[in-house]
Ligand binder design. Structure first.
Ligand SMILES: [Zn+2]
Length: 169
């Protein structure tokens, strides 16, 4: 514990110790405009959208409680920068941020993968007439009257590009 060292949040967020208490995400919805989701019930001193430490605009707002119980919103970069500090134990805060970041990354990946399959399906439907005129690649299923349309719908390619490639179109 270095008693003389000042925590980087001291000047911006007041005295520590600091703890991570919640998360708010600002999203831009094409229909509804700005949407604020997450722990919006937490009353932060200066509102969401601007990092209380560096004043940059932020979409992912990590809510930090200071030693006086006041709540501030800080961007993930600023929270991670405090990792090296040894005056206050920020490990828990940093771990929480990392967990949150990883969860958001995997949610985005899943979302992307899902959208790509929906696009693949849409491509198959859009080309249904052509695909239904092509025999199923398996001779047995082809003899049963199955087509490339049935084959593609069964295997549902990862994306439209793969659907096109598999169809040979
Ligand atoms: Zn910041």
């Amino acid at each position: 514990m270095a008693e003389n060292k000042e925590h980087p949040f001291r000047k911006s967020l007041g005295i520590g110790p600091y703890s991570y208490v919640g998360f708010v995400e600002i999203k831009l919805d094409p229909r509804r405009g700005t949407v604020v989701t997450g722990d919006t019930h937490l009353k932060v001193e200066n509102g969401f959208g601007t990092c209380d430490h560096c004043s940059h605009g932020i979409m992912n707002c990590y809510i930090v409680r200071n030693g006086e119980g006041k709540l501030y919103s800080v961007g993930s970069e600023c929270i991670m920068k405090t990792d090296a500090d040894d005056q206050y134990d920020m490990d828990e805060v940093v771990r929480a941020v990392k967990r949150k970041k990883n969860a958001m990354i995997s949610a985005k990946r899943q979302d992307k993968a899902f959208k790509a399959r929906v696009e693949a399906k849409a491509w198959i439907e859009a080309n249904a007439d052509t695909l239904k005129s092509m025999p199923h690649p398996n001779a047995y299923f082809a003899s049963q009257g199955k087509t490339k349309y049935d084959w593609l719908m069964y295997y549902l390619p990862k994306n439209a590009e793969e659907a096109k490639h598999k169809a040979g179109l």
